[in-house]
Design a protein around this ligand. Structure first.
Ligand SMILES: [Zn+2]
Length: 71
């Protein structure tokens, strides 16, 4: 889900990439495909796919769920 929006690189079992929620010069955003969660160590944002889509698309929780369901 997250990889649709940002470029991710592999880092052991977790993926990491540049955080889209703050001006990230390193790769502060960690994504765990196993747990289906993300966490930014720069700005502290984190959550699941619903929270991610809500933040990226500026949608309500309901709209985010609909978007994810559509694929
Ligand atoms: Zn961040």
């Amino acid at each position: 889900m997250v990889s649709r929006y940002i470029l991710l690189q592999e880092s052991r079992r977790n993926l990491k990439g540049r955080c889209p929620f703050h001006k990230d010069v390193t790769t502060s955003l960690m994504v765990s495909p196993e747990k289906n969660i993300y966490q930014c160590f720069g700005c502290g944002k984190g959550g699941g796919p619903i929270e991610f889509v809500m933040a990226m698309e500026n949608k309500s929780r309901e709209e985010a769920i609909t978007l994810i369901a559509k694929g």
